[in-house]
Design a protein around this ligand. Structure first.
Ligand SMILES: [Zn+2]
Length: 296
């Protein structure tokens, strides 16, 4: 079973096209109308083609830094729940909100009840620390309902207005201490700060490292990525690492299918660098662990 624990309906480029036109100095053609039904069908086709069984669909709330996206945050959260209702065996919906929005916890509580969301996605690089007390009512709701939190962790280099100091792995230590039973998935495994992420996760058995975005380094800098993944496995154990794609934003880098194939090749790639990964490591990371954490 393959579970992609980090999947978006639309990339940040699709949600904020004019920002990227400014950054690249390019004239963008008017953004395509975002149609969640069509996007969902295309996503399922893409998953079928890659052998991905389940995707956790998440909403990232960047509004405080990037402005409101084309749809309100309530609408986007509803779209992913409706996508899940169309494909209940294939999609898991995680609610996304900036905890500083007025009524954030009430909105989340309502979504747990009415939209049946299975978890929470927070993106602290939008300008708040994960240990900000504004987040705590949301964690309490997760705790009370047995839901998992997926955080962006690490630098947020994909947009200059986002600030990675808020999502440094060290900032999550307090949260894991205060909520020892909360399932915490560290998106991107802290990225370039992965060693700090491992140090923190070592203290907290409820913390899991997730490998979305690692397709870039696995392809372009395997001499860095492979020893990093090896160190995560050796330090934390294979049951603490999960796999994700961060598509569609990274589709231009590598297709979903190519990332699955690259990851399946880990034992062969490792051998070339003097590292021993086996197929059971790969199976655990690709889906076995996520199935357990998400109680599938
Ligand atoms: Zn993402």
């Amino acid at each position: 079973m393959i579970i992609d624990v980090h999947r978006h309906m639309w990339s940040v480029q699709e949600r904020y096209p004019s920002d990227f036109a400014d950054l690249t100095g390019q004239e963008l053609s008017p953004p395509p109308r975002l149609d969640w039904r069509r996007t969902t069908r295309e996503m399922i086709d893409e998953m079928d083609g890659a052998g991905v069984d389940v995707a956790v669909l998440i909403v990232a709330d960047f509004a405080s830094r990037l402005g409101e996206p084309p749809f309100s945050i309530e609408e986007e959260n509803r779209f992913i729940a409706e996508a899940r209702d169309l494909y209940p065996e294939r999609i898991i919906a995680f609610y996304g909100i900036d905890p500083r929005r007025p009524g954030a916890a009430d909105g989340f509580q309502k979504a747990i009840k009415e939209l049946k969301v299975s978890g929470l996605k927070l993106h602290p690089a939008a300008g708040y620390f994960p240990h900000d007390r504004a987040c705590y009512p949301l964690y309490e709701l997760c705790d009370a309902h047995g839901l998992t939190v997926l955080f962006h962790s690490g630098p947020a280099g994909f947009h200059p207005k986002l600030d990675g100091r808020f999502s440094h792995p060290l900032e999550f230590d307090q949260v894991a201490t205060d909520f020892p039973h909360l399932g915490i998935i560290m998106g991107h495994a802290g990225g370039e700060w992965w060693e700090d992420c491992v140090s923190i996760a070592r203290k907290h058995p409820n913390m899991f490292l997730e490998l979305a975005e690692w397709q870039v380094d696995l392809r372009d800098r395997p001499e860095r990525a492979l020893p990093a993944i090896d160190a995560m496995l050796k330090t934390l154990g294979r049951e603490r690492i999960v796999w994700g794609s961060d598509l569609p934003g990274l589709r231009a880098v590598m297709s979903l299918r190519e990332y699955v194939e690259l990851f399946r090749d880990l034992p062969i790639l490792g051998k070339g660098h003097g590292l021993a990964f086996d197929d059971s490591d790969v199976d655990a990371m690709l889906g076995g662990n996520a199935a357990r954490i998400l109680r599938l």
